[in-house]
Design a protein around this ligand. Structure first.
Ligand SMILES: Nc1ncnc2c1ncn2[C@@H]1O[C@H](COP(=O)(O)OP(=O)(O)O)[C@@H](O)[C@H]1O
Ligand SMILES: [Mg+2]
Length: 227
């Protein structure tokens, strides 16, 4: 299997006043094309930090992240932003939808940022994706008119908008009750599976982790049980 993302010896620390908190310690991992990887670990173990570093949102102090052989932290900030827009999809715990836009516009937004994008084509694709997450009937609505679970399904559609090579989901059901969370995950796994996207999913649920093809565990910033 082709390696899509390769992290080598990542260290990341936060400095607060005079104290420094080491959050990631020598984290190395390879993510292969089409696999789904779960990351579990206690609160504060560094899962979100790791996802941000892997996804090009946060510079590591030490180490490299290669995406298809390219060192993403040696790119200029502008190029890295373009890399993220074109290749990476993010789903966060809170949905981060823009309240002034309807849900089609929210989903289409990542395409609008791309050079040479066509507004009408982007909106047509956004409608298709919303249909795939079961929200065809809600087209034209604004995020605040939707339930939390529905808003997260919009966020999933948005993450898939640019057909990214890799999707990072950071506790996507953390703000939802378990039944709603189940439904959201159903759509996430369905869309990712149908397109053979690569997925890295942070979860607190062992059951959800087992739905992924590989399970990783982060303990105090150290990656356990690799393989
Ligand atoms: N911007 C920040 N400044 C200072 N400390 C931070 C910052 N972000 C996270 N941390 C600390 O880093 C540690 C790991 O955080 P995080 O990656 O969010 O863990 P997790 O997602 O596993 O709960 C925690 O102790 C957290 O308080
Ligand atoms: Mg977190």
């Amino acid at each position: 299997m082709e390696t899509i993302l390769s992290a080598k010896h990542l260290d990341r620390s936060y400095t607060i006043g005079k104290t420094s908190l080491d959050v990631l310690k020598q984290v190395s991992m390879d993510i292969h094309e089409g696999e789904t990887v779960s990351i579990m670990g206690e609160s504060g173990s560094g899962k979100s930090t790791l996802l941000h570093v892997l996804g090009g949102l946060d510079n590591p102090k030490v180490g490299q992240v290669h995406f298809r052989g390219q060192d993403i932290y040696r790119m200029s900030a502008l190029r890295r932003a373009r890399f993220r827009a074109e290749n990476v999809g993010f789903v966060f715990q809170s949905f981060h939808l823009l309240p002034e836009l309807d849900i089609v516009e929210n989903v289409a937004l990542p395409a609008m940022a791309k050079r040479g994008s066509n507004r009408r084509t982007a909106k047509a694709r956004a409608r298709e994706l919303l249909d795939e997450v079961g929200l065809a009937e809600r087209i034209g609505h604004r995020p605040q008119e939707l339930s939390g679970g529905e808003q997260q399904r919009v966020a999933i559609a948005r993450a898939l908008m640019n057909d990214p090579d890799i999707i990072f989901a950071d506790e996507p059901t953390g703000n939802l009750d378990s039944k709603t969370g189940c439904k959201v995950l159903h759509y996430l796994f369905q869309l990712v599976g149908a397109r053979r996207h690569t997925l890295v999913l942070v979860t607190h649920s062992g059951e959800v982790a087992l739905r992924c093809s590989r399970q990783l565990y982060l303990k105090d910033g150290v990656l356990q049980n690799q393989g």
